[in-house]
Design a protein around this ligand. Structure first.
Ligand SMILES: C[S@@+](CC[C@H](N)C(=O)[O-])C[C@H]1O[C@@H](n2cnc3c(N)ncnc32)[C@H](O)[C@@H]1O
Length: 261
């Protein structure tokens, strides 16, 4: 993928967009509910493919801007400094939805890089529109399953932080296995965070908050920043539309911030 752009001189000219090793043939995301890793292990996906509505503006942004701001999923470690055209602390955001929160945080923290991972076209199109409208240069997008991105593209001990805001709650008991916050995935993410870096999760589902607290608290390489269990919402995280809706429905909102030991 060519990441150069006359409109964005900050983008790197590396034709591989920061991918360090020659990629092996990577399968497309496909429609399967499970995904098979190179080693043969598989995971249950935290999302299902559905025909989500996409506006003409989002579709146009997707077609025109995706090559400019996205990196392809490959089974190769990403070189953040090449991907962002600068060396800076890099935060992974998983499931950025329509991207409003990502853009606001990226604007408030211009000294940091934000790597947003999202699967759905409408959200990626909306994020691309926001990037163009605001002139944000510290966001890159990977449109792929975040589990595979973390596993295959993120080097160990490399992230300054991970943001997972309002992940799909999968409220039915029989669907809890689809929840993103599970011990194996948190162990994987923890291994990608540099010592001293952080993972910040938020949810408006009490039962999921309890699961998050148990899973994050059970990961030996992480330490809770709050002696109370749940943390206060940090100033940099704006209230999202999911949060606003949850509060309107009378749900609470729970933030969890753990650091890598
Ligand atoms: C409930 S929405 C929350 C969006 C946003 N974080 C917010 O707070 O408004 C969860 C998002 O996570 C995305 N998602 C779920 N599983 C994912 C995965 N494995 N990889 C990437 N994105 C995922 C979904 O497509 C969806 O957009």
């Amino acid at each position: 993928m060519n990441m150069t752009s006359p409109q964005n001189p900050d983008l790197p000219s590396d034709p591989d967009g920061g991918l360090q090793a020659p990629a092996s043939a990577a399968p497309a995301a496909g429609n399967a509910a499970t995904s098979t890793a190179p080693s043969g292990t598989s995971h249950i996906r935290s999302f299902v493919h559905r025909r989500a509505h996409i506006t003409p503006g989002q579709k146009e942004a997707l077609d025109r801007l995706l090559p400019q701001w996205s990196l392809p999923y490959r089974r190769a470690t990403l070189d953040f400094s090449k991907a962002f055209g600068r060396s800076a602390p890099t935060v992974l955001e998983i499931g950025f939805g329509m991207g409003e929160t990502t853009q606001k945080i990226a604007a408030a923290r211009p000294e940091d890089n934000f790597l947003g991972v999202e699967v759905f076209n409408a959200g990626v199109g909306a994020m691309l529109k926001l990037i163009e409208e605001t002139g944000q240069t510290n966001i890159r997008i990977i449109q792929h399953d975040a589990v595979e991105v973390a596993r295959d593209m993120i080097a160990p001990d490399s992230l300054a932080g991970v943001h997972i805001y309002f992940p799909d709650p999968w409220p039915k008991n029989r669907h809890h296995k689809r929840r993103l916050i599970q011990p194996p995935f948190i162990a994987l993410l923890a291994s990608r965070i540099a010592p001293g870096g952080y993972i910040h999760c938020a949810t408006d589902w009490e039962n999921y908050a309890e699961q998050m607290l148990a899973v994050l608290g059970g990961e030996p390489s992480l330490a809770n920043t709050s002696s109370e269990g749940y943390a206060l919402r940090p100033d940099f995280r704006p209230q999202t539309k999911f949060e606003t809706r949850g509060l309107r429905l009378g749900h609470g909102v729970w933030d969890l911030i753990f650091t890598r030991k």
